[in-house]
Design a protein around this ligand. Structure first.
Ligand code: NDP
Ligand code: 8X3
Length: 255
């Protein structure tokens, strides 16, 4: 499917996968609406989209707030009546403590962004997605939603919920022609670990020590490929991991 002039909405586009995806879709000729909380960073991503010839609008968005999602959706409707591709990417992990040491604030942040945020944005944007015209709704899951690990109870839980939400949406939207997909990455180098470890760069770097992780550009390329399949093709689910990562716990380290 030709992505030129299609409207693509990406949540959490101020860094990592979302930022790289915005530029990749812009390069393919799409028009971008991007949302996140850090508006200065988001504006820079929008400029990068324009630098490759795309149209881009940066809008403030906190998916953890119904009010913010409502204002965001109103601002989206001011720019377009159609959203052809929705990428629900906003989210991340907070902390890596076992449940007995878990913090309410971390759990609440993960549930708000990865779980409720995904539902809120989808509820607001699906009515703008055209019927029978090759529209795509792509949720970013994780291998954490497939296999739990120590310290990941809440994060693995919300990413497992993402899989269930994706499956339910595919059933609910059957008959509309809107495609529903999940892209589930393994270890990828972004700000994910820096956020998880609350700015501790040394601890974040240790996650990727001796490993060649995925890059945000790997994820962006896959998203563009998924959205540009012919309208009758639905890529239900992709799991993408670094070659160095055979499973959550089975990682080749060169040091
Ligand atoms: P980054 O930390 O680089 O990017 C996360 C993005 O989400 C930022 O743009 C951030 O923007 C945004 N975000 C977080 N919370 C909110 C919120 N409440 N409202 C709006 N935007 C929000 O990490 P990644 O690019 O790696 O993460 C993107 C997605 O991929 C996440 O859902 C993550 O769980 C998932 N993932 C990551 C993997 C990895 O190894 N990196 C592997 C598998 C899945 P801002 O702070 O400006 O609001
Ligand atoms: C991010 C990948 O395995 O660190 O979702 O949870 S993992």
């Amino acid at each position: 499917m030709d992505l030129r002039h299609r409207w693509v909405l990406i949540t959490g586009a101020s860094s990592g996968f979302g930022a790289a995806a915005a530029v990749a879709f812009a390069r393919a000729g799409a028009r971008l609406i991007i949302g996140a909380r850090r508006l200065d960073r988001l504006e820079r991503v929008a400029q990068s989209c324009r630098d490759v010839g795309g149209e881009a609008h940066a809008l403030p968005l906190d998916v953890g707030s119904s009010e913010s999602v409502g204002e965001f959706a109103a601002a989206v409707r001011n720019r377009t009546s159609n959203v052809d591709i929705l990428v629900n990417n906003a989210g991340g992990a907070h902390g890596l403590e076992p449940v007995v040491d878990g913090k309410d604030a971390d759990w609440e942040a993960m549930v708000q962004a990865n779980f409720l945020g995904l539902l809120r944005v989808t509820r607001a944007i699906v009515p703008l997605m055209p019927r029978d015209a090759g529209a795509s709704l792509i949720n970013i899951g994780s291998i954490a939603g497939h296999t739990a690990y120590e310290g990941g109870a809440a994060y693995c839980g919300v990413k497992a919920a993402e899989r269930s939400i994706t499956q339910a949406l595919r059933l609910e939207l059957n008959g509309t022609g809107i495609r529903v997909s999940s892209l589930d990455p393994g270890m990828a180098l972004s700000e994910f670990s820096l956020v998880r470890f609350k700015g501790d760069q040394v601890r974040a770097d240790a996650v990727y020590r001796g490993v060649q992780p995925l890059t945000p550009e790997d994820i962006a390329e896959t998203l563009v490929w998924m959205a540009s399949r012919p309208a009758h093709v639905n890529i239900d689910e992709i799991v993408i991991k670094p070659t160095d990562q055979a499973a959550v716990h089975k990682v080749r380290r060169r040091v």
